[in-house]
Design a protein around this ligand. Structure first.
Ligand SMILES: [Zn+2]
Length: 646
């Protein structure tokens, strides 16, 4: 670490001036550059008591020097460094006298001075405080030193321990003026501190690097698996539960299961599948709707892994011939995540699927769902309606619940009584009354709904309309002045009407109560890290050209480490919104067959799922293959409109 030339400036004089000012301000107000040429950020020292701060300052400043008239500041140093011309220096000085409330850094920024060399300002600051300016390389930071302060503190106060030299902690800061943070670091580490100056960017890089290391350290999967083979396994099919419990409690097994869960969460998986095969156990993660094989631990470990998961989710480890389901709550990276565990006996042993309910990925604002502006506007209007039924349709895993939750989040939970009946309650919303259906005790959708309607509701969300009774109550509720949100398993918006008829609801009631149906699918988003233009294969060209897209303008993900070679990262929704207007109501009353409903939908020229998908293809968000995969081929031209009739 090289000490720059500027250190020869007489720093005590400058510091004395600041010390005097600082003492006056007493650590209570933000006094940035108000008097003299102070540049001390007091905002960060809020937790400090006056006594502590003054005591801290006394160690930094020499009281006998107080009262020196000339105050050096960073622009003087920058002038001496040759980074500012005398003219620029004079300009800044003049501006500063004119506006004593603004600090020199802001003034220089406004004048466009040194904007391309932020390091120079830091070097000048370091000089001002008699400190060394350094560049830190994350790999060279001593782990032991870094661990002296918490990561959050390091990030928020921009002070980062980098080494320990002769019992003195060397800490780099990007805010050398923030004496309170420095004092706080001293107090926390109970060590003497030598402060050096670095850029905020460097500190962020160090934190990121250590965070990555942390994630790696615990989990060397090969090591864990080789450790696991050491675990004593009882091979007998009729193992006793004590043996299983013992096995499951061995640390390599615990480590392995923890690894499975935490990596799945970190990689954004929605499900973990642990399947016993003939010769090995297969572990797969579902990421963005597609399963990826993650690893193949030895088959003899399977009972231990399953038992461990069962213990975590309070299941009966001795029962291995019947399916079971349970729940685990884990904390990963400071957030609580619910896991739903289900076991299923198969010919090679028990298969376990863990569903990850991560509220962070599931609860989104409406604007994050990927609706086109026009669809979004229309959908918002639907949410604001006082009564009627709003349906979201699509197969399992098409993001219906996320859309409904987002819609509920738009509503005013303080002024409205929002109640839900769900199976299961996936995410907890604190502004709603959520009821969990429980068939075991006779609380089915219909029963729960009836009770809920006696509770003066405004908005009712029904997890799914599956049967006649639930559908009837939903219609009744909608017709008696409530807004009902629910989901249906249908392929497109138009066939939701036919589905309701098939469930046994009269067409005239549907016509009277249904406001709108939104069909949706999730398509995978092209990975931004490996996105490139690609040549559309011949068999795809017809779809692309029919949709009016130039085949030369399409993108694809080539596959990279970040996307596990898949070319996709994350998902986005595609939507088809059918708003029931008077024309449509008449049609429902006359003929509610799927084909007729689809024809009318086509005639009113609403963009279909496929059209919406194509818009996203055009914008380079997804690929034509993805859109075809999820939409099934219908709707893109007259001949193919009715292909998908069921
Ligand atoms: Zn990629």
């Amino acid at each position: 670490m090289r000490i720059p030339q500027i250190l020869k400036f007489e720093r005590k004089k400058n510091l004395a001036g600041q010390g005097a000012d600082q003492n006056k301000s007493g650590g209570k107000s933000r006094n940035k550059g108000a008097k003299g040429h102070l540049n001390i950020d007091l905002a960060k020292g809020e937790n400090y008591s006056e006594d502590q701060s003054i005591q801290g300052l006394s160690e930094l400043y020499s009281p006998e020097e107080v009262g020196e008239s000339h105050i050096y500041d960073i622009i003087d140093i920058l002038l001496d460094m040759g980074k500012l011309t005398p003219e620029e220096h004079a300009c800044v000085r003049a501006e500063q006298s004119a506006k004593p409330d603004s600090d020199v850094e802001t003034i220089m920024l406004k004048m466009g001075l040194l904007t391309n060399s932020p390091d120079d300002i830091l070097i000048a600051k370091a000089g001002l405080y008699g400190q060394e300016f350094v560049h830190i390389e994350p790999e060279k930071v001593e782990k032991e030193a870094f661990a002296k302060l918490g990561m959050d503190f390091i990030r928020s106060s921009c002070i980062c321990p980098i080494a320990i030299e002769d019992n003195v902690l060397v800490a780099a800061t990007s805010e050398p003026a923030n004496v309170f943070a420095i004092e706080d670091a001293k107090r926390q580490t109970r060590m003497e501190l030598r402060v050096v100056v670095c850029s905020a960017k460097d500190i962020a890089a160090v934190c990121d690097w250590f965070k990555k290391q942390e994630e790696k350290v615990d989990y060397n999967v090969d090591e864990i698996i080789s450790d696991m083979t050491e675990v004593e396994v009882v091979q007998d099919k009729e193992e006793l539960s004590e043996d299983l419990e013992k096995m499951a409690g061995q640390s390599p097994v615990i480590k392995f299961v923890n690894y499975l869960i935490s990596t799945a969460i970190n990689e954004g998986a929605s499900d973990i599948h642990i399947e016993p095969k003939d010769k090995f156990t297969r572990v797969r993660y579902r990421i963005d709707g597609v399963l990826f094989e993650k690893m193949q631990p030895p088959l003899k470990m399977h009972p231990a892994i399953v038992s461990r998961i069962k213990i975590m989710s309070n299941l009966d480890i001795s029962e291995r011939r019947l399916p079971q389901d349970g729940k685990i709550s884990v904390i990963v990276g400071n957030r609580a995540i619910d896991l739903r565990v289900s076991t299923l006996p198969t010919n090679h042993g028990e298969k376990v699927v863990i569903r990850i309910l991560d509220s962070k990925t599931a609860l989104r604002g409406l604007e994050q769902l990927g609706m086109e502006p026009a669809v979004m506007e229309a959908f918002r209007r639907q949410i604001d309606l006082p009564h009627g039924i709003l349906l979201v349709t699509g197969p399992t895993g098409s993001g219906k619940s996320t859309t409904l939750y987002s819609a509920l989040c738009q509503m005013n939970g303080n002024e409205l009584n929002i109640s839900t009946v769900e199976d299961p309650v996936e995410y907890e919303l604190d502004f709603c009354n959520q009821v969990q259906v429980s068939e075991k005790i006779g609380l089915d959708f219909a029963t729960a709904l009836r009770s809920l309607l006696r509770q003066d509701p405004d908005i009712i969300m029904i997890g799914e309309i599956r049967d006649n009774q639930t559908a009837r109550i939903a219609v009744q509720a909608a017709l008696t002045g409530h807004l009902v949100l629910s989901t249906l398993h249908t392929n497109d918006a138009a066939s939701s009407i036919t589905r309701l008829v098939n469930i046994g609801i009269d067409s005239y009631l549907i016509a009277a109560s249904l406001n709108a149906a939104l069909a949706q699918r999730l398509v995978r988003r092209i990975c931004p890290d490996c996105k490139r233009i690609y040549k559309v294969p011949e068999n795809m060209r017809k779809y692309v050209e029919k949709a009016g897209v130039k085949p030369e303008e399409l993108f694809i993900g080539a596959g990279c480490d970040k996307c596990r070679g898949s070319g996709y990262a994350g998902r986005i929704g595609i939507y088809e919104l059918l708003v029931i207007d008077d024309t449509f109501r008449d049609m429902i009353n006359k003929d509610s067959s799927v084909s007729n409903m689809r024809r009318v939908f086509h005639e009113i020229k609403q963009p279909s799922l496929f059209d919406d998908g194509i818009r996203k293809v055009k914008r380079g968000l997804t690929t034509i293959e993805e859109v075809l995969r999820v939409t099934e081929v219908y709707g893109q031209n007259e001949n193919e409109v009715f292909i998908n009739e069921n």
